[in-house]
Ligand binder design. Sequence first.
Ligand code: NCD
Length: 313
Amino acid sequence: MKHFMSVEQLSMVDIQSILEKSHDLRQTTCHINQRVFAANLFFEPSTRTKMSFVVAQKKLGMDVLDFNEGHSSAQKGESLYDTMKTFEAIGTNLLVVRHPDSAWFNAFTHNMSIPIINGGAGKSEHPTQSMLDLDTIYQEFGRFDNLDVAIIGDIKHSRVARSNAKVLDKLGAHVYLCAPPGLADDTLDFPYIPIDEAVENCDVVMLLRIQHERHHELSHTNQYLEQYGLTKSREQKMKPHAIIMHPAPVNRGVEIDSDLIECRRSRIFQQMSNGVPIRMAIMIKLLQEWGMIYDNTIEKRQHFIGGQRLGAV
Ligand code: NCD
């Protein structure tokens, strides 16, 4: 794998190896005893994805270059491609890119001589989110085959829905979609079912944020929770073992009742936690495959202070 661009490029072996590595990294972290420069080029807002990449990079011992679109030459009209080539030219070893263009990665990556990770591409793909979602589901159920997964909400504008539906289907899960009128996407070949059926029958209930920034439909969201969201009464009808997921940020009281965000079924903060080891695993895999780091420079580390185990650093 040269670049980490799309869930469609991932083989079963790739997925399995990333999940196993993430599992290992939760027990014992890794430190790369080599100088590796990483930069996170985010051209859309981000809290979780960007910051979990930064934490993952720092845990691995990388030097993280500071990039802020608003203070960069993008403001002078520099293109994404020229920005990426600039980082390559000054010696950056790995780039994470998020950009509103749904196809940015098709255009440029073949001209890059360093690994690129897709941190979100418009409405099309968010493969590292998918990997942390798979990690969360696997932690819960220990399998994907024959799990019923409902993806509910603004399917039409969600890169998370697109990536997750494709990869879960590949892994043998049964994917169902559920969207309010106007927010379905008929290019996705999965059955649409009503919200009550989805919530009552599925093992994983995955909610999506309304992507207000990508469209103007449904700007009034007063009725959304009752009609299309996870209310407390719907949650009570979920299967006993079923879990709630959401990539966040959450519109509290819109796609989900605020009280359910930290309920016993919710894995929303667990998903965020899993984002760190998953992104560490992906970066290690790419750097190894490019021959940029070697097994003997990756040191396993665990930190104990005063007998108490701290978060491994
Ligand atoms: C998602 C995204 O950016 O696509 N957020 C994330 O990365 N966790 C979902 C969203 O913004 O709704």
